[in-house]
Design a protein around this ligand. Sequence first.
Ligand code: SF4
Ligand code: SF4
Length: 320
Amino acid sequence: MQDTRPLLLKTDFPAVQRDALQTLQVNLGYLCNLSCTHCHVNAGPARTELMDRDTVDLVLDYLSMKGIGTLDLTGGSPEMNPHFRYLVEAATKMGVTVMDRCNPTILVEEGYEYLAEFLAQHHVIVIASMPCHSEQNVDQQRGKGVYRDSILGLKRLNSLGYGKRDSDLKLNLVYNPDTPALPPPQEELAKDYKRILWADHEIEFNELFALANMPISRFGARLLAKGDYVEYMNLLRGSFSQANLETVMCRSLISVDYQGYVYDCDFNQMLMIPLVATDKPRTHLSELLRVDLTGMEVAIGEHCYGCTAGQGSSCGGALN
Ligand code: SF4
Ligand code: SF4
């Protein structure tokens, strides 16, 4: 697989400084029950990298010492980590809001029948990837039968109150294009999703996050293989919006990999671009327990234009 990393390191992207840390984003490992074409972490069923119990305990110590309000869990399928339940239970007991970036097929996977109820019991915010409302597009991007299982998973969440108007159980969906294009306007797309998913399946959800694809990992390799890399980067650079620079997610979060090493965001994690703040080739979370990152510089690269293009793109969807 071709790698875009060497092409992304030199950049004229503007400098970004950190604000107060609000969110700890933790990648629990690369094991996933799917193997999507756009996956920026190259996750899949054959991956074996998983966060161990000691590192999970370190995450809990960090949350507690820093008084961080939000724990954002990613993977792979974070629920496939054997310590997922332990981490969620302990974090919610501390009053931390937990977000689970989930592919909804895991909810109907054999062995995970308990999962939907568990998430509801702990008021976990579910952010479910649903790259399109069309069966054909989802199956093309994620594999045959994935749309059907995703619908079943979302229905299970709905049946517990997730995504319902009078419920405090939040279900947000994530869209990303499968082509080298920017996502359409988030608000309009959300209306389409709501209308179609309700009409076809009586599925409800709270918000839709429309994300741009990053020119890294599997998607980056595809851009290079198809000769689309330069054009896509020109699109991202040409759609730069200064306003989005103020709210890029690296200002308020750090990203921890499955071994406990820290990056400015999960894209930098995948590109193995270390923190500039500590001036070390890599920095472990255990070294940051007594460090305040506020005001420190973020490590940037050409891929950062993916966060600021058009309506902007972050873990919470569009930035404007
Ligand atoms: S479900 Fe998510 S983590 Fe798993 S392969 Fe697809 S994009 Fe990657
Ligand atoms: S790619 Fe990461 S470091 Fe760059 S702007 Fe986006 S969140 Fe910040």
